[in-house]
Design a protein around this ligand. Structure first.
Ligand code: 3HC
Length: 314
């Protein structure tokens, strides 16, 4: 490796070791850049695709208050997607290229959003479990080594806490309701529990990206550590409102001071992330249609910007 490259790598590694954020104009190894583009763009895709399952209930929310809360949450998710696409763009990839990769199936989004929202309790389960899992992951990502990503996480985590609380409020209310409402909440729990655990990714031993992610401090805690944190926190919340966890192997381990639990269905995980989940095709079809129908808005916004620049420079 030539002396100059050696020196740049040395500066990069010193910053990583000393927890100094890497910024867009800093030199970084190509593989670090590629790793970040992959993770941040997929994170952004997840935020935007995640608007679909919840959007399914805006017109059917049970009260004006719950409709307003759901609208605010979905709007937040769109904003999270924008922060993250902007963070990814600082690494040299265009928004168009990221969306092209998504539409061509070359980029992933979180498997959790390929499940249907069948009842109002699903909206509670998504807020409480899905955003709850996202918070555990994203609080950790606030300390990620790439500056724009870390700062986006700080902003996003503030809003995620509201998302998680409103979801738990929905589940709490239903568990205080009629027998039918309790059954609806437990059914949602049964359907969303295991897919929420899959959000943290494969076991560390099966994760091709965790090694580099930890070396470069992109990830500060591993998939399994974060998953366990989520389980330990959420089981107690479930029991507090009378919900049971659909895992007959779940058992408190006094020595470990955490819960032992059953094995995730990794065949289902692989199937869903490879496009064969209940809603994969529907989610992508909707995203592509919305993108095509929105082309005139993008064109108008660009034309406005160009005209404005022209007028200012006159
Ligand atoms: N869904 C889809 N793909 C998944 C996945 C999941 N739940 N878990 C892992 N994968 C993919 C990875 O992307 C990787 O594939 P790739 O190399 O083609 O990208 C492969 O499975 C192996 O997984 P790894 O653990 O090796 O990959 P990572 O080191 O990237 O870890 C991750 C996966 C934990 C999801 C990590 O990418 C991450 O922390 N991403 C940022 C957080 C994020 O994207 N969360 C998604 C949900 S966002 C959300 O819920 C928003 C909320 O507001 C609702």
């Amino acid at each position: 490796m030539n002396a100059d490259l050696d020196k740049q790598l040395n500066v990069f590694e010193t910053k990583i070791n000393e927890d100094i954020n890497i910024e867009p104009r800093d030199w970084m190894p190509d593989d670090y850049r590629k790793h970040l583009i992959r993770q941040i763009s997929q994170h952004a895709h997840s935020e935007v695709i995640g608007m679909q399952p919840e959007g399914n209930w805006i017109s059917r929310a049970p009260s004006l208050r719950s409709k307003k809360i759901l609208l605010a949450k979905i709007q937040d998710e769109g904003g999270h997607g924008l922060y993250l696409y902007s963070a990814a763009e600082t690494l040299g990839i265009s928004r168009d290229e990221m969306l092209h990769q998504l539409h061509e199936g070359k980029a992933k989004y979180s498997s959790i959003f390929n499940y249907p929202t069948l009842t109002w309790a699903d909206i509670g389960a998504i807020g409480w479990l899905v955003d709850g899992a996202a918070i555990v992951n994203q609080v950790s990502l606030q300390k990620t080594s790439y500056g724009p990503y870390a700062r986006a996480m700080v902003r996003i985590c503030k809003e995620e806490s509201f998302h998680q609380r409103q979801g738990y409020e929905i589940m709490t209310k239903m568990m205080q309701g009629t027998k039918d409402q309790q059954a609806m909440a437990q059914d949602a729990m049964n359907r969303w529990w295991w897919p929420s655990l899959m959000m943290f990714g494969p076991h560390d031993s099966d994760s091709p990206n965790t090694g580099n992610a930890m070396k470069w401090k992109i990830k500060r805690q591993s998939n399994d550590i974060l998953r366990q944190k989520f389980i330990d926190k959420t089981v107690q919340q479930a029991h507090l409102i009378g919900l049971s966890i659909p895992d007959n192997k779940l058992k408190w381990n006094e020595d470990k001071k955490s819960y032992d639990h059953g094995e995730i269905n990794w065949d289902e995980f692989i199937r869903v992330i490879n496009g064969d989940g209940p809603c994969n095709k529907q989610r992508m079809k909707h995203h592509i249609k919305a993108h095509q129908e929105g082309e005139w808005v993008r064109k108008a916004a660009i034309a406005y910007q160009l005209k404005r620049k022209e007028l200012i420079n006159q």
